[in-house]
Design a protein. Sequence first.
Lengths: 302, 370
Amino acid sequence: MHPHLIGLVAGAAAMIAVPAAIVGLSDNQRSGSLPAGPRKIEIAESLINYPLPGEFLARGQPAAAPIEKRAVPAFRITKQQVSLADYNLCVAAGACDAADATPSGEDVPVTGVSFLDAQAYIRWYSRATGEAWRLPTALEAAAAAAERFASDSFSAAADDPANPAVRWLRRYREEASVKRPADPKPKQRGHYGRNSLGVEDFGGNVWEWTSTCYTRTALGADGVVESITDNCGAHVLEGRHRAYISNFVRDGKSGGCAVGTPPENLGFRLVLDSDSMIARARIRLLDVLQFVIGNAARRNLS
Amino acid sequence: MFTRRQALLGAAAAGVMVAALPSMASAAPVSEAEIAALPRQKVTLVAPPFVHAHEQVATTGPKVVEFVMTIEEKPIVIDDEGTVLQGMTFDGSIPGPMMVVHEGDYVELTLVNPASNSMPHNIDFHAATGALGGGALTLINPGEQVKLRFKATRSGTFVYHCAPEGPMIPWHVVSGMAGTIMVLPREGLKNEKGEPVGYDKVYYIGENEFYIPRDEDGNFKSYESHGDSYADTLEVMKSLTPTHVVFNGAKGALTGENAMTAKVGETVLIVHSQANRDTRPHLIGGHGDYVWEEGKFANPPAKDLETWFIRGGSAGAALYTFLQPGVYAYVNHNLIEAVELGATAHFLVEGEWNDDLMKQVEAPGPIPVN
């Protein structure tokens, strides 16, 4: 089934299932330890120059990502990345799989988590707190990262449409020239300092999952979008450079990275939606969607 | 007198010559227009161990041979205990189907990654030149397809496999994404004296090793999805200790009702392919009359081999004329892998027994006492 079609079907199913899911809200609340409420930073509404994520082809040749001026509505994002200690509470509650992270006595961010792990944590934490937590979109991550936002470090454009190797060789040399020694050991939260908005550790050695799907966009001669292929089996991560990694991968070295040294660690931070009935319903909707899509995916496999 | 018109005709004729002989690796690049003018042939692939119908000796000039392969991610049962591999396949089979063309032909592959799949895939042809064997030009996401053309400039049997990025490469390969292309010399196979040799039938044996994680009790684990299986599988892979070594995708896949067949006097070409790990095929009770161990037909074949060595990441070919009827086991002659891990196939050969080659002179009986 075409992904858009799956989305439609799943969406329709979710609409029907929502009322029941909302009724069930309080039943699902878990007892046990809860992370202390994370400090949040209010990111004011802004207008940013945003290089679109994904890969782009113009007349069949790799092209640079178009940069668009995008309005970003105000949102609240956690000052710090989710910590290993907090993540382990979810593990202790039986709602998350243990992360592939080295135990640490320090207050380190959780690492060794996949997109699916991040989602499991968010489901648990939202249920437990009754608040509407989610991953930031890549656009929100860019806004919150402010001057630390890197996007893709290198041009993706084809240098010579008749000779793709010219581009491969140039990128290889560019990547080799900026290669730095790996420093994968997670640092205490706050180690990398805060940016101009007060958000900590962005662009350190933990790349952050976003809720934005990887896409490939075909552009026409005049830069008009001809087709977009979504692949929500992989998501955008922001960090020192942008990366696209399959949902189940916990280790950044599996590549998926368009350029440069692969991400040293994969982690995440959270966005809090306004605490309204609508926001709560939204979590439920996402839960149900997740369930329905999961089922659809399993059906497709069998 | 040499006219301008004659000169032009001469040039045109030279152009035709080039078009007719694009197989020469050293020839000047052939233009798109010249390739477009070549005859085209659509080939429907068949599942291994069988191979699509093909000419051994090319009866025409070079052509563009079109193939379509659809990538299927699906669970596959790999042994008689019902162990399930979260498999990844070219065209639904492990190994991927064998393609056959002639040296100088153009291979034009449409690779399809249906939206029902979960991962990006691509294809690296060891027979192709440039772009990581085509891998850099064929990476496609679920819901996409791509068309690659490459010129088959070297003859031989060659592996193709999926090669996305980083640890995805070995994982996709040991999940089943490898196959073989055979590029025959236009004039067919030749022995060490340059005399033509042919075959009555061809079998294509893809050997795979699998790395299935076990639970605390030592039982093989099964997973709901590829993603679920990934982390555990990677750990087993890094042990370099496979849990299964099989032919044609599953333990026993080429035995019993699916055993390969031949007749006494028939010449069989056995292509053996292993994309990841060394192996050593052996036909128990038979030989390799002519063996292209490295699989490359420009080299003279070795003769009368007992066991041949297939380097991981290559495919080799052995030609054998069956001389005796019976049941032959075709094994990876690491016999632990053959017997315990699954690398055994069978040939059932019909025909007349030849006492001259072998005879039981005396049946088993008590040891005589003097």
